[in-house]
Design a protein around this ligand. Structure first.
Ligand code: FAD
Length: 461
């Protein structure tokens, strides 16, 4: 079986390795000049890398943990020892709690309401949840306006969704929010560092996992080729590409294709015959996340009793996390600019961004010296992601797109974290989608082989 995999992110690479192991002839086509997609390392110094994309994982991410072990990578605990820092209504405070100093009863009430929605959603078929049609049409912003009165809960909800989903409440449906939170293990699990979905990082950077998978695939991975059209007939499928560097066209022939790319990018490919159901609609959002890395000679804030964790109600950095390497050879604060704040930050000049980020850090941590290093990774401007952390399903999307999320289009099969109902949007979801699609194809090939055997046997009798 000849298989072309479109996209060398975690999903595509996982599928390709499984297919190769089953004896398939595999080619992975990747538009960028690197593998890893939304898993990407940026250098902080000659020996230290930071995660510009995905970083955190927890004990329930069983496929990811197994893969990390298989490839000999190590985990680093996400260090949360020490006090949190908050900048709310222009007031700086530190506290032992991870929650900002807002009305506790109002936040409790908000969490109860969110929990109610999360319990209501069907994780295996969100589009069949109770009241799915209404929840799919309703944006979270509207829901907040109609159902959540306390101003502190209204301040907190966008911050929470920004941190969890990189989502602007105006862009996502209530059904998507509830599904995402459920799919990731529930509100408490997703939100927690110790014992939760953010317990560890991969030592040296999450991208190392993709490099290891790509290494196993060797020259089966072709970089710098953007797939622009996929044409199929009864005999085979032809994948047409263009090289973003020099505009040179190329063509690959296969029996099956795995499209392991985010839905908004899949929607941009010219499929012949055309798709029966789109992969994305005008309501599908791309998710807005920008990571700002500020580096220091060491994690100096720890000696001051601070964890490096902060939350601000005004951007650009809505939260910060200590992502320093375990040997403390550098101090790294990762600033998250998400949701509407990311859209505003993205249009600033590099100098304006730098001034805004550094002046906020000096308000959050006034005793820190100026950072020795600074970098920005703007995923909004990234033409090969269009969904960071993941695509956001807007009003109407789950009912329209959900039922056919994994349904093959003839010889084209779908993977990518946005096709996984388990851990949707996360690295774990990407791996599970890759595994699912590979076994779908392997089972299909075995069925064809069995049928051929039976037919040959019948004819020869
Ligand atoms: C800032 C940020 C923070 C995140 N934090 C976390 C986290 O802490 N924990 C976690 O679990 N997850 C996190 N994620 C999400 C995680 O990165 C993704 O779920 C996962 O990497 C998705 O993998 P994928 O293979 O499905 O998609 P991708 O990584 O997007 O891979 C798709 C690949 O396809 C390529 N491609 C696209 N179009 C074409 C085309 N036409 N032709 C050829 N190639 C194409 C792309 O270049 C890309 O390499 C984060 C993401 C971001 C951006």
């Amino acid at each position: 079986m000849r298989v072309v995999v479109v996209g060398a992110g975690l999903a595509g690479l996982t599928a390709a390795v499984d297919l190769m192991a089953a004896g398939a002839e595999v080619k992975v086509l990747e538009a960028r000049d690197r593998v890893g997609g939304r898993m990407h390392g940026v250098p902080i110094s000659t020996s230290v890398m930071a995660d510009a994309g995905a970083a955190y994982l927890g004990a329930r991410h069983t496929e990811l943990l197994a893969m990390i072990e298989e490839y000999g990578l190590d985990l680093v605990a996400t260090d949360m020892v020490g006090g949190s820092t908050f900048l709310v209504s222009d007031q700086r405070r530190t506290s032992a709690s991870r929650l900002p100093p807002l009305d506790v009863v109002a936040l409790g009430d908000l969490f109860d309401r969110l929990e109610g929605l999360v319990t209501q959603v069907r994780p295996d078929a969100p589009w069949q949840s109770q009241d799915a049609s209404r929840l799919d049409r309703l944006t979270v912003a509207r829901w907040l306006e109609d159902e959540v009165e306390h101003p502190d809960a209204r301040i907190f909800c966008p911050l929470f969704l920004g941190e969890m989903m990189a989502a602007d409440p105006a862009e996502i449906s209530v059904l998507h929010m509830a599904f995402y939170l459920r799919s990731g293990g529930g509100i408490r699990y997703l939100n927690a560092f110790e014992g939760g979905a953010q317990q560890w990082r991969i030592d040296g950077g999450a991208h190392l996992l993709c490099l290891a998978l790509a290494d196993r695939l060797g020259d089966r991975v072709q970089l710098g080729v953007r797939v622009c059209a996929i044409k199929q007939d009864v005999d085979e499928v032809v994948v047409q590409c263009v090289s973003p560097g020099d505009g040179v066209s190329s063509e690959y022939r296969a029996d099956q294709v795995v499209a392991a790319i985010p839905p908004l990018l899949a929607q941009g490919i010219d499929f012949r015959p055309g798709l029966r159901v789109p992969r994305a609609t005008g309501a599908t959002g791309r998710g807005c996340a920008i990571k700002v890395h500020l580096s220091y000679p060491a994690p100096i804030w720890r000696a001051q009793g601070l964890s490096g964790w902060s939350v601000s109600d005004q951007g650009p950095l809505l939260s910060t996390v200590d992502d320093s390497p375990p040997d403390e050879s550098a101090g790294i604060l990762t600033g998250f600019v998400t949701g509407a704040a990311a859209s505003a930050f993205s249009v600033l000049s590099p100098n304006e961004q730098r001034v805004a980020a550094i002046s906020q850090i000096s308000r959050l941590f006034p005793t820190l010296p100026p950072p020795t290093g600074y970098s920005v990774t703007d995923w909004l401007a990234d033409e090969y992601s269009r969904g960071c952390y993941a695509a956001l399903f807007g009003p109407g999307d789950w009912l329209r797109l959900g039922p056919t999320l994994t349904e093959p289009h003839g010889r084209v099969h779908w993977a990518g974290t946005e096709t996984s109902l388990e851990f949707f949007g996360l690295m774990e979801g990407a791996i599970r989608s890759g595994r699912r699609v590979a076994s779908e194809l392997i089972r299909g090939a075995e069925l064809v082989a069995d049928t051929r055997k039976v037919m040959t046997h019948d004819i020869s009798r």
